[in-house]
Design a protein around this ligand. Structure first.
Ligand code: ATP
Length: 307
């Protein structure tokens, strides 16, 4: 659905993108993760047709970003990381304004406005002034705005930044729903935990290049060392004993019914240890890698890319 090859972008002497290759499958939620200044916003702006690359190619929904800007903008909804909202507009008017900008007219606009407000859970706020909304509500309104022309692809720049935990969960639920509606979504973030439980795919950007991309499972499999949390019904002590004697495992903490440990090795190693614990009579209720596995992979890849 999205494919870039060797994208290069300079701002004066700053080289923001240095040959960025990115592959986003249809109907995926692709998390673009990278540190501040890695090139995420530049990439999204190029994909949205708001910025031209200096070299390289990018195609979104079959449209080349340089040769077909009009078709591209129809296919893409973009939510910037900083957005201005017009203070003297009410929530409903705000969406009507953007609908008009896309050439939508007539009774269908009111229906679309109400459907979108319903989707982002702002139906009750339709007559409120935009500047009286909380940050989380304004983010959701901007998301509704990005959806006004029913784009196939959504490009969201740090959609969860500045949101409190509850607002983050609400945003996540909306994105999941959009994914079920068949949209392809790219989300940028520098916070891994924001992406891990939402994305189907991850691309790691370091200094203007994607240094690794793949499904979430593939990215986790890259991790040489995994952090695993084990919870059981009954005492964890028997499992603790097995883990303590397992080559390549190291206990981080252990309580009554829960423990956390590090394990080196691939997925087969994880499966073998779990089988051993279950065979040892431990009633396992939860056995999962923590997000720090992904974080470790990212730190490792940044170091490798810079070495
Ligand atoms: P952040 O997480 O901080 O938003 P980012 O990964 O989105 O960062 P970009 O905003 O794409 O990164 O910036 C990439 C590089 O290009 C940075 O070094 C940035 O300072 C530089 N840059 C971005 N926009 C401009 C601009 N308009 N003029 C000059 N340099 C710019």
């Amino acid at each position: 659905m999205i494919s870039t090859r060797g994208l290069i972008k300079r701002y004066g002497r700053v080289q923001a993108l240095r040959g960025l290759d990115m592959e986003v499958p249809p109907r995926s939620v692709y998390g673009l993760i990278g540190q501040n200044g890695a090139g995420k916003t530049t990439t999204l702006r190029i994909l949205a047709g708001l910025l031209l690359p200096d070299a390289g190619t990018a195609e979104v929904a079959g449209w080349d970003v340089v040769r077909h800007p009009r078709e591209l903008r129809r296919a893409v909804g973009y939510m910037p990381d900083f957005f201005g909202v017009y203070n003297d507009l009410r929530v409903g008017e705000y969406l009507e304004f953007y609908a008009a900008a896309y050439g939508l007219r007539g009774p269908a606009v009111a229906r679309l406005r109400d459907e979108l407000l319903e989707l982002v859970d702002l139906a009750a706020k339709r007559e409120e002034f935009v500047d009286t909304l909380s940050r989380g509500m304004q983010q959701r309104l901007c998301l509704a705005r990005a959806l006004i022309h029913d784009p196939e692809v959504l490009l969201l720049d740090e959609p969860a930044s500045g949101l409190d935990p509850l607002a983050r969960v609400e945003m996540r639920e909306i994105l999941k729903e959009l994914c079920h509606l068949g949209k392809t979504i790219v989300i940028s973030s520098h916070i891994l935990s924001e992406l891990a439980d939402l994305c189907t795919h991850i691309g790691m950007v370091v200094d203007g290049r994607v240094v690794r991309q793949g499904t979430l499972a593939e990215m986790l499999a890259v991790a040489q060392v995994r952090n695993i949390i084990l919870r059981c019904h009954g005492p964890v002590a028997p499992a603790e004993k097995i883990v303590a004697g397992w080559p390549g495992a190291e206990i981080i903490s252990a309580g009554e019914e829960q423990m956390e440990f590090r394990l080196s090795g691939g997925p087969e190693e994880v499966a073998a240890l779990l089988a051993e614990i279950v065979a040892g009579g431990v009633q396992v209720v939860h056995f999962a890698e923590t997000e720090s596995s992904l974080e470790d992979t990212f730190v490792q890849l940044v170091r490798e890319a810079r070495a």
